[in-house]
Design a protein around this ligand. Structure first.
Ligand code: BG6
Length: 364
């Protein structure tokens, strides 16, 4: 019988509060309500000159990039988007001098991401990295960046590196925001919320027994949907990816708003929907979507906040601690890791080495 501690993925999930504290350490500037990111090697003047941010990564790193793009738009009000580096490299991308390119990678060795770096540089663009592995190929090639300080990550399914990527993007967004129009008050609001993230991650981890129970239902499913709206849509994508990667349960992510435009057709008793229902300005709409799924006989797991009124709906509920709305996705990712992990554990799979996957894909 397998026990949790025999897996690197489990060990790495449990390390997250400490590692999250490590990526934040020394980088928050209380006096100016901003983040200090000297490793970027970009002066305030240079950073202010960018009119757009393009984030590139593969797999989970790409989904975190989507979280990052939203954070940058929210806090710095600079148009930002994320793209899979694996696609970017094959489509003759337009490289603009006024765009800041940010690549994201745990290993720093992913070939598609490294190629994107070379291509951007060759065309005269500015590229920085959010990267874990110190001295890796990508870390050496870029203009500057933010190291994640997550320590070595062994399990193929990324957990602690991914969480620290999201935190690094929050700090980048805070930093860029405070060089523009983010007020001192809003800077302080984000800064103080960031400081609480490590202990809040611990609170999610402490809820493991309840999450493990819910995961048993996912393990029995043939298919699952993960749905989330706007800030939480990348979390849904990451959650679905994790479930597929290690438990081999077929899972797809959709923006909650897209349900009625197609996927609703697939809802029946055999479909489980993991719905992200945070306490924010879209709560009512998200609860409405849950009702629609239930009305068609679907089962629902709601990842929510305690303050959300789920109106007595018949769902399996997992609450995570509330942060500021912009940072909520960081904490919402944690239960999706535990769900995937416990589904795979229930099914008895080789969690650290899922079939057909490598930790770092260094070939084309
Ligand atoms: C994939 C791995 O091939 O590469 C994913 O299976 C990972 O788990 C992705 O997220 C990107 O890797 P890295 O090292 O560039 O973050």
């Amino acid at each position: 019988e397998l026990t949790g501690h025999q897996h690197y993925m489990y060990k790495e999930m449990l390390e997250q509060p400490d590692k999250a504290a490590a990526v934040i350490r020394g980088r928050l500037d209380e006096r100016f309500a901003t983040a200090r990111l000297n490793g970027l090697n970009l002066s305030p003047k240079e950073l202010r000159a960018f009119r757009r941010v393009k984030i590139l990564g593969c797999g989970s790193a790409y989904y975190v990039g989507q979280i990052g793009a939203q954070l940058i738009e929210d806090l710095a009000r600079i148009p930002a988007d994320a793209e899979a580096a694996s696609e970017f490299r094959y489509r003759n991308p337009i490289i603009e001098p006024e765009t800041l390119y940010v690549v994201v990678s745990q290993s720093g060795e992913t070939a598609d991401t490294a190629f994107a770096v070379s291509e951007i540089k060759r065309k005269g663009g500015t590229v920085v990295a959010v990267v874990n592995a110190v001295g890796s190929t990508i870390a050496r090639e870029v203009h500057g960046g933010i190291y994640l300080h997550a320590g070595p990550e062994i399990a193929v399914a990324s957990t602690k590196a991914l969480t620290n990527m999201a935190i690094a993007f929050a700090m980048l967004a805070l930093h860029m925001g405070r060089l523009r129009d983010l007020s001192v008050a809003d800077g302080e609001r984000i800064l103080h919320a960031l400081k609480r993230i490590p202990e809040q991650i611990q609170q999610v981890l402490d809820n493991e027994p309840a999450i493990a129970e819910v995961a048993k239902a996912l393990a029995q499913a043939q298919n699952a949907f993960y749905i989330g709206r706007v800030r939480q849509y990348p979390v849904a994508r990451e959650g679905a990816q994790k479930l597929k990667e290690i438990s081999y349960v077929h899972a797809e992510a959709y923006p909650t708003s897209e349900l009625k435009h197609g996927p609703l057709a697939l809802i029946d008793e055999s479909m489980i929907t993991v719905a992200i229902v945070p306490d924010d300005d879209l709560t009512e709409r998200n609860v409405g979507a849950v009702q629609q799924v239930l009305a068609r006989g679907g089962q629902v797991v709601a990842l929510s906040h305690e303050s959300v009124d789920l109106q007595g709906l018949d769902v399996e509920r997992i609450d995570v601690p509330k942060s500021e709305p912009e940072l909520d996705p960081i904490l919402m990712v944690i239960p999706t890791q535990l769900l995937a992990y416990h589904a795979a554990l229930t099914l008895g799979y080789d969690i650290d080495k899922p079939r057909n996957l490598a930790k770092s894909v260094t070939v084309e």
